[in-house]
Design a protein around this ligand. Structure first.
Ligand code: UDP
Ligand code: MG
Length: 319
């Protein structure tokens, strides 16, 4: 009996929530139903919990969390730290309490039934299991294509990301402990997780539409996210600038030769347009290069500061 108990993993489901008053109750209801079924099927321990991370919501999200049953743990961040940081806060909170964690969004876009597949793969020895969208029918044309472009660009830049995987995934406590050693400020979890190694699995699911409310990822946040992903993991852009600089250098040698010949022939005055063009072209290229180098220096600067990425204001744990 006791050996059976040891085998059942303690599962913590981590859900970051930002202004999710319209979704959160239904999400918890469905998660509880799923956890009850898993408990009854003896697949998870009775100590399993749901953790809701309130990412500095301005609506009634936290009040709703406070009124939830005691199996629901609430974590309130002091201010809006962004989806990735909220998720990290939740995962780091659960890492010593659970055997396995599953992270998912609060809007029910991630199919809860995929959890069964996650646990099966964990039992087969996977430390990380990715939930991968098999199609993107419910996303808008714009979202679908920008996301697709993003994954392609990341691959082109040599950053390993799992195609079409959002942050719906299972991570064992072992994987979480490994992740906790990454101290970077510009957080892009989708790039870090594949770097951990470990045996990984994939569960495909169809992504649904948002249950209620609006997307908390406006274009500006999406672009920031993509930019973080690229500049935190790839130095290819800066190498491209270097390569470009070399090419321009050789071209300028040819131009020098050309202008010398023109001078020898005696037609030098007509070079004015050409000179102006060169000055502008080189000025532009230099500015782009300096901007890119500045971006990396900025990142280094942020990293050396070692700022805390979140401050937990309250922990609501009713048992
Ligand atoms: N989210 C968050 N902090 C933010 C923005 C979003 O915790 O600053 C949460 C949000 O509540 C949701 C998840 O991140 O649970 C994904 O956000 P959303 O569903 O709006 O993104 P989309 O699915 O539109 O990409
Ligand atoms: Mg969503």
């Amino acid at each position: 009996m006791s050996s059976e108990n040891v085998k059942k993993p303690v599962l913590y489901i981590v859900v970051p929530c930002y202004n999710e008053e319209a979704c959160i109750e239904e999400t918890v209801k469905r998660l509880q139903k799923k956890m009850k079924a898993l408990r009854e099927a003896e697949k998870i321990s009775a100590k399993s919990r749901i953790v809701l991370v309130d990412d500095g919501s301005k609506d009634k999200t936290w009040e709703l969390i406070e009124s939830m049953p005691k199996q629901v743990i609430g974590l309130k961040l002091a201010h809006n730290s962004g989806h990735q940081n909220a998720l990290l806060a939740g995962l780091m909170y659960v890492r010593k309490k659970c055997d396995i964690s599953i992270s998912m969004d609060a809007d029910l876009q991630d199919d809860i039934d995929a959890v069964d597949g996650f646990i099966e793969q964990y039992n087969d020895g996977c430390e990380i299991v990715y939930g991968v969208r098999s199609e993107r029918k419910t996303d808008t044309w714009f979202k679908r294509n920008t996301a697709l472009g993003f994954y392609k660009m990341m691959n082109f830049l040599g950053v390993e990301v799992v195609y079409n995987c959002a942050d719906y995934r299972l991570m064992s406590s072992k994987a979480l402990n490994a992740m906790s050693e990454y101290g970077e400020v510009n957080l892009f979890l989708r790039g870090i997780v594949p770097k951990l190694g470990f045996k990984t699995g994939i569960v495909k699911y169809v992504r649904a539409e948002r249950f209620a409310g609006e997307s908390k990822y406006p274009l500006k946040k999406m672009l920031n996210f993509a930019w973080d992903g690229v500049t935190s993991f790839s130095i290819k852009p800066i190498r491209a600038v270097l390569g470009f600089g070399v090419v321009v250098f050789f071209v300028s040698l040819l131009i020098m030769l050309y202008s010398l010949i023109v001078k020898i022939i005696g037609n030098a005055v007509s070079g004015w347009t050409f000179t102006i063009c060169s000055i502008w072209l080189l000025g532009g290229i230099q500015m782009i290069s300096i901007g890119l180098i500045g971006e990396y220096i900025g990142k280094t600067y942020m990293e050396t500061k070692r700022r805390p990425r979140y401050h937990i204001e309250k922990i609501l744990c009713k048992d």
